[in-house]
Design a protein around this ligand. Structure first.
Ligand code: F6R
Length: 608
């Protein structure tokens, strides 16, 4: 949600800022801007639309400076206008912000009374004026920031420069990610490492409440009490190749095709060392033995991963499991058994609703927490007792793909580990599950080979305005995921139902114009699904069946069938995710929508 970058160097930093914003664009892409300190003055360029448009304007105005900050926005307070785009400036102080200031109205009134005039509808502008107010009172830039943040409630990552102090930038973090890139004679600020990876791999992750002063030669970090603190310098292993498109047309396409590798990397430790509790941390065994059930909390696609896991956890590990949307859980007087393990699932590790749900669960007395996450050092794993990092690599397309299938792989590992600890999984079964996992990357590759057939289906979907997805049991969450992917990137209205529920209402929607996707591999519910399909055909609905070789479906009038090569047992939901991702991708392609940056969305949702 909004991306921040800042740089101070002996060279022109404008290309660094622009490059960084392009890499951060996945976080928000409705407007962008930069501000540079140039010969004792602050110059700013902002544009609605994409970074490329702002880049053109900056070039036309001849921007060139050795200190600057930049921002790419996902609008929350105030519409998508140039006036609302960041950076915001107050009397030579320029500031970029990610997050939401909850007490902005109260601050605005106070500042108005002091004579400040507001040019935007944003919550951010109050921070710029507050900064100026404190600078006017005699603070230097760092002291002004430290005083300002104490007057703010809400979430923020901030970077600030001032024409009065052309040799430093300052920044602060609370509830939104921010890191400092440590270079040679130059330093950087960024929302994530992708923005600065071309300049440096050495990064300091700021902690909640930290502020920092960054010059060309030094980085000084202060804790929430303004005391100097030492924070470790990490060397990022994010690869440049993972941030570039390579031969692909879109990041989503690239990320769909990366799944065999991403899953292989995620299961590497289990393939090498077996289903050991240490997959979740060195001291995980005691905690995992102590639990009596599992409560999963997540949003969106990650929630669907949790729904799939519930089937596994109850059937294989014999663990009672509940799954809840994080934004609902956090406002509900939930029944809490302290011995229920809280499992948060979050690709980004910074989704505010999931983070708040985790805090709430702890406040209710839950003793053990586990985070399944794709971004090392992000907020949610850092707030959790146990962690399992999926190794999907950077996911840049806004619609989650490889993060989802690797989450499922990690949740399956959790299932078997818990099953072993509870005596529900025998050594023979364990060996069998390991074998199934070993074959998973290959099965996913086979499913990817179905792309031409799926693309042909997509041509038919492109002209539709609605679609229905059906699945049962383990495959119902995959139907939900298929519907979410389709609506997210092609803007076709799509819904998913457990196939048995059709006759209780949604069947009324079915006619010849409603394509119905059915995920129907060969499992215990196959015959039931076949009956549900008859209900659709009898109403003239056109069926698009995703199945495997073992289910013996045949094509007929109004029934189209695509088969994955073989049945893969309980891991079948992972394999059947591939065709629904490809269907959404090719349908969006046929409709000409912006696949990687769908309207109104952003990758990391750090606001409520
Ligand atoms: C959909 C999608 C979202 C995210 C959701 C949670 O394609 O990506 O639904 O899954 O916003 O995000 P994380 O997993 O980062 O917590």
């Amino acid at each position: 949600m909004c991306g921040i970058v800042g740089a101070i160097a002996d060279r022109d930093v404008v290309p660094v800022l622009i490059e960084g914003l392009k890499r951060l664009e996945y976080r928000g892409y409705d407007s962008a801007g930069i501000a540079v300190v140039d010969q004792q003055d602050v110059r700013r360029v902002r544009r609605t639309g994409r970074v490329a448009e702002m880049e053109g304007a900056a070039a036309a105005e001849g921007f060139n400076a050795s200190l600057g900050i930049g921002h790419t926005r996902w609008a929350t307070h105030g519409g998508v206008t140039e006036a609302n785009a960041h950076p915001h400036i107050s009397h030579g102080v320029a500031l970029v912000h990610n997050g939401i200031i909850e007490n902005h109205e109260e601050q605005r009134e106070k500042l108005r009374a002091l004579g400040y005039v507001f040019e935007s509808q944003t919550d951010t502008e109050v921070i710029a004026h507050l900064m100026h107010h404190h600078l006017k009172g005699g603070d230097d830039l760092l002291a002004a920031l430290q005083r300002t943040v104490k007057e703010l409630t809400g979430a923020y990552a901030l970077a600030v420069v001032s024409r009065q102090e052309p040799d430093r930038m300052v920044c602060a973090r609370m509830g939104c990610p921010l890191l400092i890139g440590v270079g040679e004679g130059e330093n950087f600020i960024a929302s994530d490492v992708s923005a600065i990876i071309q300049a440096t791999r050495r990064v300091i992750f700021l902690e909640e409440g930290d502020t920092a002063e960054v010059t060309r030669a030094s980085v000084k970090v202060f804790d929430g009490k303004d005391q100097p603190v030492q924070r470790d310098v990490h060397v990022s292993d994010v690869s440049l190749a993972s941030l570039e498109l390579g031969p692909y047309r879109h990041f989503m396409q690239k990320e769909i095709h990366e799944q065999p590798r991403a899953i292989a990397d995620t299961i590497e430790a289990v393939v090498d060392g077996g289903f050991s509790p240490t997959l979740f941390g060195a001291n995980a065994e005691a905690a995992l033995k102590d639990i009596e059930g599992v409560q999963i909390l997540a949003c969106g696609t990650s929630y669907y991963a949790g729904m799939t896991a519930r089937y596994w956890l109850e059937a294989i590990a014999g663990v009672p499991c509940n799954v809840e949307i994080a934004s609902e859980y956090r406002y509900r007087a939930a029944y809490a058994n302290p011995k229920h393990l809280i499992v948060t699932i979050s690709q980004s590790g910074e989704t505010l609703d999931t983070m708040e749900a985790l805090k709430y669960a702890k406040s209710l007395g839950h003793e053990h927490t586990l985070s399944i996450c794709n971004v090392p050092e992000s907020a949610i794993p850092r707030a959790s007792e146990l962690v399992c990092y999926t190794r999907a690599g950077a996911e840049i397309g806004v619609a989650s793909t490889k993060a989802f299938t690797t989450q499922l792989a990690a949740l399956f590992q959790l299932t078997v580990v818990l099953g072993k600890l509870r005596g529900k999984v025998t050594p023979e079964q364990e060996a069998d599950y390991l074998e199934q996992l070993r074959h998973l990357p290959g099965s996913v590759q086979h499913a990817l080979n179905l792309e031409p057939q799926i693309a042909a289906w997509a041509e038919r979907f492109a002209s539709k305005s609605d679609a229905l997805f059906l699945g049962r049991g383990l495959h119902y969450p995959i139907a939900l995921e298929g519907a979410l992917k389709l609506k997210e990137i092609s803007y076709i209205h799509a819904e998913a139902y457990p196939a048995g529920e059709l006759k209780h209402g949604p069947l009324a929607l079915v006619d010849a114009d409603m394509p119905v996707v059915v995920i129907a591999p060969n499992d215990v519910l196959l015959e039931k699904v076949k009956s549900n399909m008859q209900e659709v055909r009898a109403r003239g609905g056109e069926l698009f069946v995703l199945t495997d070789q073992d289910s013996h479906f045949s094509e007929s009038e109004g029934v189209h069938v695509i088969r994955t090569p073989r049945h893969v047992g309980v891991l079948s939901p992972i394999v059947h995710t591939i065709p629904v991702q490809l269907l959404a991708y090719h349908t969006a392609l046929a409709r000409g929508t912006d696949v990687d940056k769908p309207r109104n969305l952003a990758k990391s949702v750090t606001v409520e």
